[in-house]
Design a binder for this molecule. Structure first.
Ligand SMILES: NC(=O)c1ccc[n+]([C@@H]2O[C@H](COP(=O)([O-])OP(=O)(O)OC[C@H]3O[C@@H](n4cnc5c(N)ncnc54)[C@H](O)[C@@H]3O)[C@@H](O)[C@H]2O)c1
Length: 436
């Protein structure tokens, strides 16, 4: 099928590439000319494992194209996906101006001769956004244009997006238009995954409800971790014991610095705002946010307790990305942690396998208090402490004796429970982690 994706970011580029990989003809549109230029040069503007090779192969096969022209995209795609940002506003509600703009742009490119088009919302949006998109397209398109609107929320995880897209747990398609649903089912035929067909409002709600539930699981285990710490229990064992129950599952029960990234913080805020707007405030989610925010403060206190003061201390920081296997630093707890330590007078030497550039360029982690190195061991030379803030597997596979040798004082604060406390102690490290 001919498909167009409007918005060629983490979601648009990876999903467009995977649609091409299963045989569809995909045009990816982005209004950022620099991004399109990079893609046209054969490079990929983000780091996502396996993506660069797939982009190259599908471009070579003639199934994947890039353009800045929405008009070209609308002409090409029988199905047009919207994958633009839906950032939070200061009050937590979603800024839908990107979606509204794309809806108008699509409408203005449609003509009665274009033929029937399916307009699919892949961005994470509040329930009832599809109705607004349909209304907007109807208002701005010439009379006689035929289209259907679908919600097809995306559940990919950055860091394993390609695999998640090619082998999803489920595909959710919501629409009140039978013709659109038929085309969407055909589009997803090459994927071996259960397809859940719903009305459009339910599909939109599934995404916010799913992300809020996952965030709740993280905050739940973090609250349990605090109780473990106070009682001498081990949160890793507790999580294992809880997670062995099939009704609960082990995933997302990792105690640590809390959730960050471009999705959870904003999606939970959005769901709270939606609930408040309809007069049914979802208080539970406020508590999820409160626990999450407290994790970073508690961790900082732990460091403060040992270092006494940050001023004139050199800290080695392992991790800048909001999680492993990505260069994404949006809402990264690691970045927030670095900025707080610098504000208190510490000097940071940071490393990250992929996110050094994005941390400086996009998260503004620059200035006299911070320097960077690609080598995790080099960070440690003469440092007063090592702080681990991102769960990169590389950091779990380090030589603990080398850490001990290079640090000026052998303090290690592990915000992601990556190291084994017994091994750390055996190497002569004073080791502090979360909930154990
Ligand atoms: N990143 C994730 O892990 C993830 C997962 C599931 C869902 N989502 C949702 O998907 C949506 C997109 O997220 P993302 O992380 O891909 O964002 P992103 O910022 O990486 O990409 C969005 C892209 O849209 C482009 N864009 C903005 N306005 C445009 C316009 N008018 N025409 C063409 N292009 C335009 C931007 O230039 C950018 O390249 C959001 O709603 C997000 O919540 C993200």
């Amino acid at each position: 099928m001919n498909i167009t994706i409007i918005g060629t970011g983490y979601v648009g580029l990876t999903s467009g590439t995977c649609f091409a990989e299963v045989g569809h003809h995909v045009t990816c549109v982005d209004n950022n000319p620099e991004k399109v230029e990079i893609l046209l040069r054969g490079e990929v503007p983000i780091y996502e494992p396996g993506l660069a090779e797939l982009v190259k192969q599908n471009v070579a096969a003639g199934r994947l194209k890039f353009t800045t022209s929405t008009e070209e995209g609308v002409r090409h795609g029988d199905v047009i996906f919207i994958a633009v940002p839906t950032p939070p506003q200061p009050d937590g509600s979603v800024d839908l101006s990107f979606i509204e703009k794309v809806a108008r742009e699509i409408a203005q490119c449609l003509t009665p001769e274009t033929g029937y088009r399916v307009i699919v919302d892949k961005s994470t949006v509040p329930v009832k956004t599809g109705e607004k998109v349909a209304e907007t397209v109807r208002r701005y398109a010439p009379a006689g244009v035929e289209f259907g609107v679908v919600s097809n929320p995306e559940f990919l995880r950055e860091g394993c997006a390609v695999d998640d897209l090619l082998n999803p747990d489920r595909i959710v398609i919501g629409s009140n238009d039978e013709r659109a649903l038929g085309l969407m089912q055909k589009l997803y035929e090459p994927f071996v995954a259960p397809v859940l067909v719903t009305d459009i409002n339910s599909a939109e709600l599934i995404k916010h409800a799913a992300n809020s539930f996952l965030a709740l699981k993280i905050s739940y285990i973090n609250a349990v971790a605090t109780i473990c710490e106070a009682t001498g229990a081990d949160v890793e064992k507790v999580a294992e014991g809880i997670g062995m129950d099939k009704r609960i599952g082990r995933q997302f029960l990792n105690a640590g610095l809390g959730y960050g990234g471009s999705c959870f913080p904003k999606d939970i805020k959005a769901f709270i705002a939606i609930s408040e707007a309809i007069g049914q405030p979802f208080h539970l989610l406020k508590e999820v946010e409160r626990i999450n925010a407290a994790q970073l403060d508690r961790f900082l206190n732990k460091i403060r307790e040992k270092l006494w003061v940050f001023r004139e201390k050199k800290i080695a920081l392992w991790g800048l990305a909001f999680k492993q296997n990505t260069d994404d630093v949006r809402e990264s707890v690691a970045i927030r942690l670095a900025k707080k330590m610098i504000a208190e007078g510490a000097t940071i030497v940071a490393t990250d396998p992929q996110a050094i550039d994005t941390a400086q360029r996009l998260a503004g982690l620059t200035g006299p208090g911070i320097s960077f190195t690609d080598d995790p061991y080099a960070c440690l030379d003469g440092a007063d402490a090592l702080v681990i803030a991102t769960e990169w597997p590389q950091f779990a596979a380090v030589d603990l004796n080398e850490i001990r040798k290079r640090l000026r004082t052998p303090l290690v604060f592990d915000g992601r429970n990556l190291l084994d406390p017994k091994d750390a102690a055996a190497a002569g490290l004073e080791y502090f982690s979360i909930g154990r």
